[in-house]
Design a protein around this ligand. Structure first.
Ligand code: NCD
Length: 313
């Protein structure tokens, strides 16, 4: 996949594979800058006069909300479209037509769709940049970036990290995007813990092996809890599988307070949310937990940075 290599202006953001280390640095520096500005209460007008269409074919609250908040905090406007029953799509309009229509009204489109590859399909016909806000079981690049920023800020480094990814590694797109980003760094160890029916896809395992990062497969969280720097919990993607399979997979891996307390002092607990019981609520008080705080908030700043970089020269 073609790298951004500093050319953010008018770029589609479809996959984390597009990012070089230096591109990541550019996004993070700007995101941190925006955090400072927002937290100091300063009004920002960097994207005044620009409009974002947030086109969400799949349910979303945080990604949808944070894209809208990001654009509005930059002084821009939004066209929020969520739930196909309220739009022409329910009348049978194609994705391509919908994209062409909204490109007339807006300068950028953030899109979520249940089909893998839908963001690419949209980008193929769109005269304005497409930001992939999740395409089926494919990718969720802005989530990968916000996860990476959270890790960097909390651990103070991105090299020499042992991360355990737990849950639905086959159908969960956030772990795909984050894994690809981590491959840019040195000395990364991945421990993948998933139900046997939902392993990390071979295509991604191949990429990990290619750069020489270490992979461990474990069947229980307790086996590695003391060794890891990051645990990344995910929910089972109920909507992407047969209900019978879901029944077999749900509640297989749960991080509770007893387990969380065994983690290294400076380790962290991430989850893209929503959680469906994979982390018990008592873990929320654990100082290692960042999923409802730092991680969530980073999403808005990373999206602000990307919008600014894509929409201005
Ligand atoms: C994730 C997604 O949509 O892939 N949610 C999110 O954007 N934070 C994770 C999920 O739905 O499980």
């Amino acid at each position: 996949m073609k790298k951004i290599n500093g050319r953010f202006y008018k770029q589609n953001i479809l996959s984390t594979e597009q990012f070089t280390k230096s591109d990541i640095d550019t996004v993070f520096k700007l995101a941190i800058n925006y955090r400072k500005k927002v937290e100091s209460g300063k009004a920002i007008t960097d994207l005044k006069g620009k409009i974002l269409t947030a086109l969400f074919y799949e349910p979303s609250s945080r990604t949808f909300g944070s894209f809208i908040a990001a654009m509005q905090r930059l002084g821009g406007g939004v066209i929020p479209i969520q739930g196909i029953t309220f739009s022409s799509v329910s009348k049978g309009e194609t994705l391509e037509d919908t994209i062409r229509v909204f490109a007339n009204y807006s300068d950028v489109i953030a899109m979520r769709h249940n089909e893998t590859g839908a963001a690419q399909k949209a980008a193929d016909v769109s005269p304005v940049p497409i930001l992939n806000a999740g395409d089926g079981v494919g990718e969720h690049p802005t989530q990968g970036l916000l996860d990476l920023l959270t890790i960097k800020e909390r651990l103070g480094r991105l090299d020499k990290i042992h991360i355990a990814m737990v849950g639905d590694l086959k159908y969960g797109r956030t772990v795909h995007s984050l894994t690809k980003l981590l491959l840019l760094f040195q000395n990364i160890t991945f421990t993948f813990i998933s139900p046997p029916l939902s392993p990390m896809p071979d295509e991604i395992l191949k990429m990990v092996r290619k750069v020489g990062a270490k992979i461990q497969k474990k069947s229980a969280i307790v086996d590695i809890i003391k060794d890891i720097d990051v645990i990344y919990m995910t929910r089972i993607q109920k909507e992407r599988m047969d209900p019978k399979i879901y029944k077999k997979m749900k509640n297989m891996f749960i991080l509770d307070a007893k387990l969380a307390n065994k983690m290294k002092k400076n380790s962290i607990i991430l989850h893209p949310l929503p959680r469906i019981g994979e982390i018990t609520t008592e873990v929320d008080k654990n100082p290692r937990s960042v999923y409802l705080t730092h991680q969530m908030r980073s999403g808005m700043f990373v999206r602000m940075a990307l919008l600014k970089l894509i929409l201005t020269k």
